[in-house]
Design a protein around this ligand. Structure first.
Ligand code: AP5
Length: 219
């Protein structure tokens, strides 16, 4: 199965993708996570991503397409994938169609998480990420283990070191939302024409949203 998790920044795509990975046994492909890893490595490519990401702007399609081609060729993505934060432009959606059709695959469904801007700002402001394992927490809705920086399960550095994403500051979140409205939201029409879009209310607990997604997918 190839599934797209669509929605504005902070809608809960990454959180839900991790739950669905467990349920479906296919990997999450998050272009944002891949870009942050590249950035953390200090590579030239990572620096080029950073120029756009830190300002809340979309990374240009040419750079994104280079990345996604490589990711789709990874053995773990052989049987399908959950795309989180990709595609974000019509050009990216067309490119994904092309890459999947080379593998005799196609997008099966697009889950569109609907969350209003005030909640998005609140979710982004409270989000904290572990530098070591990438686990995502929310200070109120999904708090890290008591006293941040203490033991947090399977983190390879032994304890989660929590950081705030540079693009989670309110002004940058608002810029990202604007980019979403102008450049990414039109991608929905591309999939609506094929009857693939499943709108899902993204408000409520993580579990409530998961149940709505599974219902929308009729699973
Ligand atoms: P990316 O990393 O993809 O960010 P995003 O799409 O803006 O989404 P987020 O990661 O902010 O949020 P999310 O929807 O995954 O929410 P999460 O589950 O974390 O992209 C970052 C940047 O990279 C872009 O701005 C761009 O520059 C670049 N980029 C990436 N892909 C690109 C592409 N394809 N093309 C061009 N540029 C690209 O949840 C958010 C918070 O809310 C968390 O704290 C979580 O714990 C909490 N939460 C989740 N669900 C709930 C719930 N139900 N109730 C309460 N809290 C909840």
């Amino acid at each position: 199965m190839d599934l797209i998790l669509f929605g504005p920044p902070g809608a809960g795509k990454g959180t839900q993708a991790k739950v669905l990975v467990e349920k479906f046994g296919i990997p999450q492909i998050s272009t944002g996570d891949r870009m942050r890893t590249e950035r953390a490595s200090g590579s030239e490519l990572g620096k080029r991503f950073d120029d756009f990401m830190s300002q809340g702007l979309l990374v240009p399609d040419t750079l994104v397409l280079e990345l996604i081609g490589k990711v789709l060729d990874e053995p773990s993505a052989k049987r399908g994938a959950i795309f989180d934060g990709y595609p974000r432009t019509i050009l990216q959606a067309e490119a994904l169609d092309g890459l999947l059709s080379e593998k005799h695959r196609k997008i099966n469904a697009v889950v569109s998480l609907e969350v209003p801007l005030d909640i998005i700002v609140e979710r982004a402001a409270g989000r904290r990420m572990c530098e070591g394992c990438g686990q995502v927490f929310h200070l109120i809705y999904n708090p890290p283990p008591s006293g941040a920086g203490t033991d947090a399960g399977s983190c390879p550095i032994g304890h989660c070191k929590l950081v705030q994403r540079v693009d989670d500051q309110e002004a940058v979140v608002r810029k990202r939302f604007l980019e979403y409205t102008e450049k990414t939201a039109p991608v929905l029409a591309f999939y609506e024409k094929r009857g693939l879009v499943k709108p899902v209310d993204g408000l409520g607990s993580v579990d409530e949203v998961t149940q709505r997604i599974l219902k929308a997918l009729e699973i």
